[in-house]
Design a protein around this ligand. Structure first.
Ligand SMILES: NC(=O)c1ccc[n+]([C@@H]2O[C@H](COP(=O)([O-])OP(=O)(O)OC[C@H]3O[C@@H](n4cnc5c(N)ncnc54)[C@H](OP(=O)(O)O)[C@@H]3O)[C@@H](O)[C@H]2O)c1
Length: 299
């Protein structure tokens, strides 16, 4: 099986590149310089010449707050780029796995969101991703859209790395405590992608939209507490030097982009269809914090 990965230079892309793929699979990672989804002619030529059996689209404009002042760039990658990629996959009979986000929801629901719940994004990033989903559904018959949430990993910029950095610089951190979601390790998404690809290869795929996120949920404040607890537990911070984490409300911490207050994803559908589920979010977080600390230790 030949698999083309767009957006391979990002945090999920990094984990997809080091995931355990069957040795007979040819995985071709493309970063933005090798495969820009906003360049339709080059994209079409690339797919026509490589003739992949599967395309995975991890390419996206993901700067949620910056998107409010750069909407054209967000829409170009997240909607127009996704649309063209999906159409090109269809022309070349290549199934497409496309990543999307919990920010397609408005967060007003109590409890977790299933895949068929109505969408109503609140920010430019969410709107552009939601439009990208519709474009993928319209253009490619054999598509799998995977919505995930609160992604972190050892590569790239994310909340875990920001908290570890700020903890070394400040004595008090203020973190939003009234937004609820599911932290998801990039490595768990990569592992799920390998299992889904196998089923596409075996002809047992189920097409459609799925949720995949770390098991359990928390607030950004709860997430931050666990990150710093793990850092102390792994001995990376002298006792007594752990900063306090002050809970604040969304209203007290205004950001350019509005985010859903609740974006907890119900992940039963992908578990039933593909037999994949992420570990409890604390378990995966411990592995990532450990790896980040180990990277910094003198050898
Ligand atoms: N991060 C999250 O919390 C989160 C949550 C839910 C869903 N997701 C979704 O998961 C997917 C992967 O996200 P991620 O966390 O891995 O994000 P990321 O680290 O920002 O990676 C995205 C990658 O896409 C590349 N890219 C941007 N514009 C491109 C273009 N026009 N053509 C080709 N590549 C382009 C970026 O390249 P540059 O580095 O050169 O910009 C970057 O390497 C996205 O669909 C995102 O919407 C992410």
């Amino acid at each position: 099986m030949k698999i083309l990965i767009f957006g391979a230079g990002g945090q999920i892309g990094h984990e997809v590149c080091r995931a355990a793929w069957p040795s007979s699979y040819e995985v071709l990672p493309l970063d933005r310089s090798a495969g820009d989804v906003t360049h339709p002619a080059a994209l079409s030529a690339l797919i026509a010449s490589r003739r992949p059996d599967l395309v995975i689209n991890l390419a996206a404009y993901t700067a949620v707050d910056r998107a409010e002042s750069e909407p054209e760039a967000a829409w170009a990658a997240n909607c127009a780029g996704a649309a063209h990629l999906a159409a090109t996959c269809e022309e070349n009979s290549a199934p497409l796995i496309h990543l999307s986000t919990d920010y397609v929801f408005d967060g007003r629901k109590r409890g977790s969101y299933t895949e068929d719940e109505p969408v109503n994004p609140l920010c430019v990033y969410g709107c552009s991703k939601e439009a990208g989903e519709r474009a993928v559904r319209a253009a490619a018959l054999c598509h799998i859209i995977i919505r995930t949430s609160w992604v972190y990993g050892v590569h790239g910029n994310n909340f875990v790395k920001t908290m570890l950095r700020l903890a070394g610089e400040r004595q008090i951190l203020r973190v939003v405590a009234d937004q609820q979601g599911c932290p998801t390790a990039a490595a768990d998404i990569a592992s799920a992608l390998t299992m889904i690809a196998r089923q596409i290869d075996q002809g047992t795929a189920r097409w459609g939209t799925f949720h995949f996120a770390g098991a359990g949920d928390t607030s950004w404040h709860g997430f931050a507490e666990e990150i710093l607890d793990l850092e102390s537990r792994f001995g990376a911070r002298p006792s007594g030097s752990r900063p306090q984490i002050e809970p604040v409300t969304t209203a007290q911490y205004p950001t350019p982009a509005r985010r859903p207050m609740n974006s907890v994803l119900d992940c039963r559908k992908i578990a039933e269809a593909y037999g994949v589920s992420a570990p409890p979010w604390r378990t995966s977080l411990a592995a990532v914090v450990r790896e980040l600390i180990d990277q910094k230790r003198p050898r």
